[in-house]
Structure formats: structure tokens, C-alpha cells
Design a protein around this ligand. Structure first.
Ligand SMILES: O=P(O)(O)OC[C@H]1O[C@H](O[C@H]2O[C@H](CO)[C@@H](O)[C@H](O)[C@H]2O)[C@H](O)[C@@H](O)[C@@H]1O
Length: 264
């Protein structure tokens, strides 16, 4: 999708968003800013998307953000967005640079340790099943496992630790993720909207947890689902290359709008 290929309804919505008094442009990371790859540590961002976010963040009355399921330090390292100009929120919307949205108790940490131990016992000796450890959650990855092994591992997680009291379960792309505090990208967007007094939010996401973000959008906000799958988003694009195009488009028109606003 080139800039001229942005679907007409999305183009119209983005042009209206670009003319907001105060704008928040935000995106998910994996599957949006970076393509989905076999090894989570190899998920390199699209430079065009990163540049567009940096430019947007430098504009007056404009905030740029990435809201990810990744641990915050992992997101900082992978995205290269370490100077604080683009807002980064990790752990599915619960981990801000200022700390967690909700206190993480000793009981929650102990529960997380038990889940991690259980995930490790599920993964041990099974080719392609791995465990990712994050500050308030842990992810069982099955992307690189044989289909039957993947299903058995996911089932053991569902019937095991996912059923324990106090555990929040999310199933994503070839993963099951268990968290010990409530996570919501929707709440993260609410907080960013409030902090930056944004009138309009543009949000792009590709996975199940992004539906919580879409659910918090309203009015002139623009929700954009990336790739296939059921969604409540009102717009749709194909892949991370399209995400970069959308970010470049909205940033360019935002800059134009601000120049016109300044000269009128
Ligand atoms: O909210 P996001 O930024 O999209 O993060 C969601 C999860 O992304 C990562 O896993 C996914 O991407 C991996 C790399 O492409 C892929 O191998 C895996 O199958 C995907 O599920 C990340 O590893 C998780 O921690 C995030 O929760």
C-alpha cells in the first residue's frame, strides 16, 4: 500500500485526525512496527515506522506512542526508541517508564514464579516450545514447535496454571501468556490520552490484546486492525509495511495542518 493507496475511508479518517487540536498516534509493536518472526529477540522494527513516530513526537501538540505486550526494557532495546520522545508502554499496557499502573505485590511475584516454573516444566524436552519471562507475566511460545507438540503444550498451560486463581490469560499469535496483574492496552491509551490531553487517538494493532485498545476508542478516534482476524476496529490494513505508510501519512498531514494553523 503506497500513500496514494490508503483506502479512501481510512484516508478521510486520518485527515480528520491530523487536524485535531491535540493528537495521539499510537501503535502496537509486534506484527505492526515489526514483522512477526520465529524468534522474539529478532523482531527488528521497520525504520520507516520508527522515523514517522519520531517525527510525529517532535511536532507541536502531538504525542507518539508504542503500546506493547513486551517487557518495557525489551521494547526500548528492540525499538531503539530510548530517548523518551516517543512514549513506550510495555507489559500489555501496564508498564510505564514511571512504573506499573497497579502495584505488584509480593504475592503476585510469588505466583509469577510458580507459573514460570510450570511453563518451564511444560517446555522442557519439547523442541520449539520456549518460555519468555517478563516482569508481570510469562509467555509460552509454540511458533517453532511441531503442530501436535504445540497443541499439547498450550493445553497443559490452559488446564494448568491458566486455571489458577489470580492468573489473567491471553492467547495471542502462537503463544499463551499468563499475567499476575490486570493488563489492558485500553487503560494505557486512556492514561496517555489524559496525560497529553489528546482530542483524537489513532491506534494500530494486530493481535487479541489490541482489541482492548480498540474498545476504548470513540468519536473521531481511528482504530486500525493490521492483518487478518476478527476485530472491532473500523479500519483495516494488511501488514507492517502498511503500518509504516499509515504513520508516514498521518505524520505528514499533521505537519501540514500545523503549518497552516500557525500561518492563519
Ligand atoms: O503487543 P505486541 O507488541 O504485539 O507484543 C505481543 C507479543 O509479541 C511477541 O510475540 C509475538 O511476536 C514474536 C516475534 O515476531 C513471535 O515469535 C510470537 O509468535 C508472537 O506471539 C512477544 O514475544 C510477546 O512477549 C508479546 O506479548
Amino acid at each position: 500500500m503506497s500513500a496514494t493507496g490508503v483506502p479512501p475511508d481510512l484516508r478521510e479518517a486520518l485527515l480528520a485526525a491530523a487536524a485535531a487540536d491535540r493528537l495521539l498516534v499510537a501503535s502496537d509493536y509486534d506484527g505492526c512496527i515489526a514483522p512477526i518472526v520465529s524468534r522474539p529477540e529478532d523482531a527488528a522494527p521497520d525504520p520507516a515506522a520508527i522515523d514517522a513516530l519520531r517525527v510525529a513526537a517532535g511536532l507541536q501538540d502531538t504525542t507518539a506512542a508504542v503500546v506493547s505486550g513486551r517487557a518495557l526494557d525489551d521494547l526500548v532495546r528492540l525499538s531503539g526508541l530510548s530517548d523518551g520522545s516517543v512514549e513506550l508502554v510495555g507489559s500489555h499496557g501496564s508498564e510505564f517508564t514511571t512504573g506499573f499502573r497497579q502495584p505488584v505485590t509480593d504475592d503476585a511475584r510469588a505466583l509469577l514464579e510458580r507459573i514460570i516454573a510450570e511453563f518451564r516444566s511444560i517446555a522442557i524436552g519439547v523442541d520449539g516450545v520456549t518460555v519468555e519471562v517478563k516482569p508481570v507475566s510469562t509467555t509460552l511460545h509454540v511458533r517453532n514447535a511441531a503442530p501436535n507438540d504445540a497443541e499439547v503444550a498450550l493445553d497443559r498451560a490452559r488446564t494448568g496454571p491458566a486455571s489458577w486463581p489470580g492468573v489473567q490469560t491471553t492467547e495471542g499469535k502462537a503463544v499463551i501468556e499468563l499475567a499476575v496483574i490486570e493488563t489492558s492496552k485500553g487503560h494505557a491509551l486512556d492514561l496517555l490520552r489524559e496525560q497529553h490531553r489528546s482530542d483524537v487517538v489513532v491506534y494500530l494493532g494486530d493481535d487479541v490484546t489490541d482489541e482492548k485498545a480498540f474498545a476504548h476508542l470513540r468519536g473521531r478516534d481511528v482504530s486500525i486492525k493490521v492483518g487478518d482476524g476478527d476485530t472491532i476496529a473500523t479500519h483495516h490494513v494488511g501488514d507492517p509495511a502498511d503500518v509504516a505508510t499509515v504513520l508516514e501519512f498521518v505524520t505528514a498531514h499533521r505537519r501540514e495542518h500545523l503549518a497552516e494553523r500557525a500561518s492563519s
